[in-house]
Ligand binder design. Structure first.
Ligand code: SAH
Ligand code: SF4
Ligand code: F3S
Length: 446
């Protein structure tokens, strides 16, 4: 019998990207092959996101397309994985007749069994959350490459009032330090050059007394020519120890994603973010003292219930003070079941759009100014391959996560470190000439 072929489309955050690799790992081990595209697949999974309403609308749109394919190929199995499966559960199957399976983030081990249920004429349903599942022992299926995502924690206990994640991903739990280190060793042998450790709030990582700083130090020691990144840090519990660990380890990238969400203490309190703007700004100052040259990015929500123009201007003020290298900015989207859902969504959409556009414009200006200041400096770049626009150019990123473009050369290949002298910038990209092919990895050029 021919192997059944599976295809997964991944939406949402990097956790989902890592989970899709886990799912492929599980299915591959159980005799399923990997399809090139939807059309050649026997099983199609959408690994979904619920964080904002527009994320879910995209999935409904995609299901509409899949229906046309399934009408011609009724034996094709369609499954919803991830956060939307967890949030909407069997409602999805009742509402959308083409959906054969709904499987939430903690039930992926059961996928082979649930597929058997579908092949015997039933529906495959697995939406229980777990307090212990970390998939510690499962080897994700990865294409060879340079960069890998590794989930080191699952779930979230923070319960920010706007956020659906604690409901779709369940309680917080950590993978064992040993299993993470083993996976990184394996990636190093396979030639990977960068790993990103993932968790909704990595600062509360805890494995038998080892905290996140211990984990980072252990991962960094596996292979000093490998860059190590992580996301996300909650501003409440970013420890000094973590900052010193980043400063002491050359291959721990000098880049921290530290979502502020709002610049107004009143709004932060309504969001249950558990820190003040003053605490946040002190933390930024301290990090800059301990890790010279560290760069920051953030997430910001605009138009949270009761946000006034004054609150909005406080957010603008924080952005001006911190001068982030990058920011992910969103309009508030009410999510059923969250605490904020019971507050009136009273900032009208036009006003949200206006405030969002203001902070997007501001961030662009700041990014451009920060990049302009790099003209004339030399940056160490991990070469990721040819640039998207032309194979006369190659692209890579700095330690601080900025994209750099430089002329291709036969002596330079993917996975090398090169020093690039920056001569031109935009708000999103650095351009320059290679001045040195680095023998050995160092975080920055000399
Ligand atoms: N655990 C991470 C990421 C959570 S989701 C963190 O705490 O930062 C990524 C971002 O989506 C959040 O930081 C927040 O800015 C945004 N977000 C979450 N829920 C939202 C909602 N209901 N409406 C708009 N943006 C939201
Ligand atoms: Fe959501 Fe807050 Fe948890 Fe982040 S820390 S996932 S925003 S509840
Ligand atoms: Fe979305 Fe779930 Fe990630 S809601 S942002 S896919 S944790």
């Amino acid at each position: 019998m021919n192997k059944k072929q599976v295809y997964i489309e991944t939406y949402g955050c990097q956790m989902n990207v890592a989970d899709s690799e886990l799912v492929l790992g599980i299915l591959n081990k159980n005799g399923y092959g990997l399809a090139e595209d939807v059309h050649s697949a026997d099983v199609v999974f959408l690994n979904t996101c619920s964080v904002r309403d527009n994320a879910e609308q995209r999935i409904y749109g995609r299901l509409g397309n899949l229906k046309t394919i399934k009408d011609k190929k009724p034996e094709m199995v369609v499954g919803i994985l991830g956060c939307m499966a967890e949030r909407l559960k069997t409602n999805l199957i009742e509402e959308k007749k083409l959906v054969d399976m709904v499987v939430g983030p903690d039930e992926y081990r059961r996928l082979p069994e649930l597929l058997d249920v579908v092949y015997s004429g039933g529906k495959g349903i697995g939406v229980k959350l777990s307090r212990t599942e970390t998939y510690d022992d499962i080897m994700p299926y990865r294409e060879d490459g340079l960069q890998a995502w590794i989930s080191v924690m699952r779930g979230c206990d923070k319960f920010c009032t706007y956020c659906v994640v604690p409901f779709t991903r369940g309680r917080e739990r950590s993978r064992s330090l040993e299993s993470v280190v083993k996976e990184v060793e394996h990636l190093s042998v396979k030639g990977f050059k960068e790993v990103s450790l993932l968790g909704q709030n990595v600062n509360s990582y805890n494995d038998k007394g080892s905290d996140f700083a211990d984990l980072l130090a252990a991962v960094a020691a596996v292979d000093r020519s490998m860059r190590v990144r992580f996301t996300t840090s909650h501003p409440q519990d970013l420890s000094d120890k973590l900052l010193y660990t980043i400063a002491e380890n050359d291959n721990l990238c000098n880049y921290i994603h530290l979502p502020v969400q709002s610049g107004s203490n009143r709004i932060l309190e309504l969001m249950n973010r558990t820190y003040t703007v003053e605490h946040y700004l002190d933390l930024i100052d301290k990090a800059r003292r301990i890790i010279p040259g560290v760069s920051f990015s953030t997430d910001i929500i605009t138009g949270f219930p009761t946000e006034t123009l004054e609150d909005h201007l406080m957010t603008v003020d924080v952005m001006e003070k911190v001068r982030y290298d990058g920011a992910y900015m969103f309009k508030y989207s009410p999510r059923e079941g969250t605490k904020a859902f019971r507050m009136e969504d009273d900032v009208d959409d036009k006003e949200k759009t206006k405030r969002l556009q203001q902070i997007i414009d501001l961030q662009q200006r700041i990014s451009l100014e920060l990049n302009n200041a790099l003209i004339g400096s030399t940056e160490r770049i991990l070469v990721e391959g040819f640039s998207r626009k032309s194979d006369k150019f190659m692209a890579g990123r700095t330690d601080t996560n900025k994209v750099a473009i430089f002329p291709a050369h036969e002596d330079i290949s993917e996975g090398d470190y090169v020093d690039v002298k920056i001569d031109r910038v935009t708000s999103a990209t650095l351009f320059g000439e290679v001045v040195n092919i680095a023998e050995k990895y160092r975080a920055s050029a000399v």
